[in-house]
Design a protein around this ligand. Structure first.
Ligand SMILES: [Zn+2]
Length: 278
């Protein structure tokens, strides 16, 4: 069904500025249109770096990419937009800073700005990558990530966090479902973890404007929900970010049970090394 789709880039440059979730420091980046078959390319200090899943160098609290000495943190929300809206070619110029701005904690600010400038279809066909067998990453009996062959991109995700409880969602990812069902879901965290994370030098930029915060004492989220099951939707958003880092465009059916950045990236690296390492 995807066979005739063309590659896409953005019509004009867009700059995003703001603080990083983990560093708490100001940063800025500019998205620029790129020629067909370029893929996602970072420009840092005048040097250019192609991205694929092997550039992931940290998955502890975010997905970081490393290019030699240079590091870009928390790329997953921005990258989810590339999978979600179907953007193939783009240059990401890092103007200053080491982390993608967190903005409102979701991907919606990126989606809004990109839709405002618009996408342009290019003449080259989008190349999809199809796996020919199942892949599985198992951490425990109820914590695993499976990828099954499919010519569509389907995500079936279930989480079960203490306090938040079970949330489950299955959807086929299209630009429409991504924007409506996934893109507004924010990063979530527990109020009670904030001090410990900040002491460890993490989440220094986190506050109620960019995190959906759950209070264990109050047994509820203390800022307003955007979806009744916002947490599982954000986990899907994060997974779509990891999928965008895998090049070329991957299709398949992902069955995720209590997964996260580390498992998402481990599975994608296994797929990558199965087919692309000689
Ligand atoms: Zn996230």
């Amino acid at each position: 069904m995807y066979l005739m789709e063309r590659q896409k880039t953005i019509k004009r440059r867009i700059t995003f500025e703001g603080i990083g979730l983990h560093t708490g420091k100001e940063s800025a980046l500019t998205l620029e249109p790129a020629d067909e078959n370029i893929g996602i390319l970072f420009r840092i200090d005048g040097k250019e770096f192609y991205v694929n899943i092997t550039n992931v160098c940290d998955t502890l609290q975010n997905i970081s990419l490393c290019f030699g000495e240079r590091k870009v943190m928390t790329v997953e929300h921005l990258f989810s937009v590339f999978t979600g809206l179907g953007i193939d070619n783009l240059v990401i110029e890092i103007n200053y800073g080491e982390e993608v701005p967190i903005l409102d904690g979701s991907a919606y600010e990126f989606v809004k700005a990109i839709k405002e400038v618009g996408l342009v279809e290019q003449s080259a066909r989008r190349e999809y990558f199809y796996i020919d067998r199942e892949f599985r990453y198992t951490k425990s009996e109820d914590q695993y990530l499976v990828l099954k062959p499919s010519d569509r991109l389907i995500i079936d995700y279930e989480i079960d966090f203490e306090f938040i409880g079970k949330e489950k969602l299955r959807l086929e990812v299209t630009p429409e479902t991504y924007e409506r069902e996934i893109s507004k879901a924010r990063t979530f965290g527990f109020l009670e973890d904030a001090d410990r994370l900040k002491r460890a030098g993490l989440a220094l930029g986190a506050d109620l404007s960019n995190v959906h915060v759950y209070s264990k004492a109050d047994r509820k989220f203390i800022n307003q929900d955007r979806y009744p099951d916002e947490s599982v939707r954000h986990k899907i958003l994060d997974l779509l970010g990891a999928i965008a880092i895998f090049r070329p465009s991957l299709t398949g059916e992902f069955i995720a049970r209590k997964s996260g950045h580390t498992m998402d990236v481990a599975l994608l690296k296994e797929v990558y090394f199965t087919y692309f390492s000689y």
